[in-house]
Design a binder for this molecule. Structure first.
Ligand code: NAD
Length: 277
């Protein structure tokens, strides 16, 4: 899709109140798109709507929606489709994180993260893609996965599971949607400085005093802002890239996985030992 101008197009972003979702929604608006936005954070979402309207762009629908709940996503999709026949860009971005190993992850933790990171993406695809296909004018699906969608570590057992699933679904969709001229991109960022580290659940050996602050400082030192991710997402849509690693560490892990999987295993093991998870 030509992303130089998105005039006349509608982009939908889930988890648009903060971080990568917010910055990408703004980037879409700056290129002229109208937006449909949702999040569970109502005040953050209201501020996002204000910023986008401040850019002179239309917000066709916005609402407090929990992506893990099918009924809420269906109601949101209905309100979007009352205003536009279909969205042009569907960005399934809402996500949460759990840091810690499998043995420390409760079933409640699993249900929480699978509900948002995996089913949330499935719900977005389920309720929005059929209308894109029906309309017959193509479009693009952006599923926000992670470098953790191809590089696994015991420190991210549940998060890895959800992000591998997003990459897998995106690869399958890529093939299925090609005849409909709908592109699919799995966005795979590395360490991005957003509030995700503040809100992540830490379990087992990760749940120790000072670990969260250490992690937040590490992400801040890395200094990769979500606005830069947004610019790269626009490029990935433009180039119709299926897997889009973002940041140097994400690219390094991507190439290690492809060309030297044994090296990747060593690297992940050493990092886990060094940081204590
Ligand atoms: N920050 C990183 O280092 C990083 C790296 C790789 C991938 N990602 C992925 O990027 C995506 C965005 O994360 P971010 O870093 O911008 O974090 P963030 O915390 O800044 O933003 C996530 C947004 O999702 C919303 N959200 C959470 N649960 C929701 C739910 N059930 N329904 C609807 N909205 C919900 C939050 O309220 C928040 O506004 C996530 O999928 C995350 O896994 C982040």
């Amino acid at each position: 899709m030509d992303t130089r101008s998105l005039e006349g197009k509608t982009a939908l972003v889930t988890g648009a109140a903060s971080g990568i979702g917010l910055e990408t929604a703004i980037a879409f608006a700056e290129r002229g798109a109208a937006l449909a936005l949702c999040d569970i954070d109502e005040s953050g979402l209201a501020a996002a709507v204000e910023r986008i309207e401040g850019l002179g762009r239309k917000v066709v629908a916005s609402g407090r929606v929990d992506v893990s709940k099918a009924d809420q996503m269906e109601a949101f999709a209905d309100s979007v489709h009352q205003r536009v026949e279909a969205v042009d860009i569907l960005m399934n971005n809402a996500g949460v994180a759990i840091g810690g190993p499998f043995l420390a992850t409760s079933l409640e933790d699993w249900n929480w993260i699978l509900g948002i990171n995996t089913l949330g993406v499935v719900h977005g695809c389920h309720f929005f893609i059929p209308k894109m296909v029906e309309r017959g004018q193509g479009g693009h699906v952006v599923n926000v996965a992670s470098a953790a969608g191809y590089a696994a570590t015991s420190a991210l057992a549940a998060y890895n599971t959800t992000k591998f699933s997003v990459v897998g679904l995106s690869e399958a969709l890529w093939e299925e949607l090609r005849p409909h001229s709908i592109g699919v991109t799995a966005v795979c960022p590395g360490l991005i400085d957003t509030p995700i580290t503040r809100n992540a659940r830490l379990v087992g050996r990760m749940d120790r005093p000072g670990r969260r602050e250490e992690m937040i400082r590490g992400y801040q030192r890395r200094g990769y802002p979500p606005s830069r991710v947004a610019r790269n997402i626009l490029k990935a849509i433009e180039k119709d890239r299926l897997i889009a690693p973002i940041s140097i560490e994400a690219w390094m892990l991507y190439y290690a996985k492809r060309f030297a999987p044994w090296l990747l295993r060593r690297l992940m093991l050493t990092t886990t030992k060094k940081t204590g998870g």
